[in-house]
Ligand binder design. Structure first.
Ligand code: ADP
Ligand code: MG
Ligand code: MG
Length: 251
């Protein structure tokens, strides 16, 4: 599904190398978690995959279903099936949540040469999907994320994902700032989307999310590289001992 090879990234504005050779292969249907100390480059990796400005790829590649993502515009990446749930979801004043979702969905359909979804079909679909995430009609009508609580914003990210039905979902600290109940809702929303043709890259600081979204593979990232890969027990080891042991072991 996703193959990242020797990815090196620096900031455009400064001479600062952030990713220093990331290698990662996520198979179809797999859930991979990335953990790592603050500042190790986890968010940068998600931004570079999705095509955010401000970063320069100096070496390496990232392919989605064998197509080079790094040559595509952000909207082409989305149409190809990539989705990023932000660590800090943005508020969009003046744009109704439902209008936003329908516009995004139909733009992607158009880019793929598919027919637009009718207003009636969309309404039926969105109501169903919102229900499982406990997103009410009021939240659908309000401007995107405006006045939403932290938990509501994160749930809204998962709703976007459920609507767009991407192939490769990248979730950047979707659990940060959530209480246990909100985290459970987010995890249930993600688990409902798990499918043989869909993969997930779950970036998280805390092991507890991984009790609910059980990963197939866990990677530890530090200083712009993946320094260790294991199974879900690796996350438990981090929870118990912190990153120090792993960093020492690798050094
Ligand atoms: P993580 O998500 O693992 O906490 P980030 O990817 O956010 O790490 O950041 C990695 C490093 O790159 C940090 O040292 C951060 O300060 C720096 N960095 C990332 N983006 C920028 C930017 N736009 N301007 C300045 N520094 C940045
Ligand atoms: Mg951070
Ligand atoms: Mg981050």
């Amino acid at each position: 599904m996703l193959e990242i090879k020797n990815l090196h990234v620096k900031l455009e504005e400064e001479d600062k190398q952030i990713l220093k050779g990331v290698d990662l292969k996520v198979g179809a249907g797999e859930v991979h978690a990335i953990m790592g100390p603050n500042g190790s480059g986890k968010s940068t990796l998600s931004y570079v995959l999705s095509g955010r400005d401000g970063y320069e790829v100096t070496e390496g590649s990232a392919t989605l279903l064998d197509e080079e993502l790094l040559d595509m515009e952000p909207e082409e990446r989305a149409a190809a099936g990539l989705f990023l749930a932000f660590q800090y979801p943005v508020e969009i004043p003046g744009v109704g949540n439902m209008t936003f979702l329908r516009t995004a969905l139909n733009a992607q359909r158009k880019a793929r040469g598919e027919e637009e979804m009718s207003a009636a079909d969309f309404l039926k679909m969105i109501r169903e999907k919102a229900k499982t995430l406990k997103i009410d009609g009021d939240m659908l009508k309000r401007p995107v994320n405006m006045g939403f609580s932290g938990g509501e914003k994160k749930r809204n990210e998962i709703l976007q994902m459920a609507v767009l039905e991407p192939k490769m979902c990248v979730l950047d600290e979707t659990d940060s700032g959530l209480d246990v109940d909100a985290m459970k809702l987010v995890a249930d929303g993600v688990n409902a989307l798990r499918d043989a043709g869909r993969s997930f890259l779950v970036i998280t600081h805390y092991q507890r999310l991984l009790d609910h979204i059980v990963p197939d593979v866990v990677h530890i990232m530090a200083d712009g590289r993946i320094i260790k890969t294991g199974d879900k027990d690796l996350a438990l080891e981090v929870e118990k001992n912190g990153y120090a042991d792993i960093l020492n072991e690798v050094a």
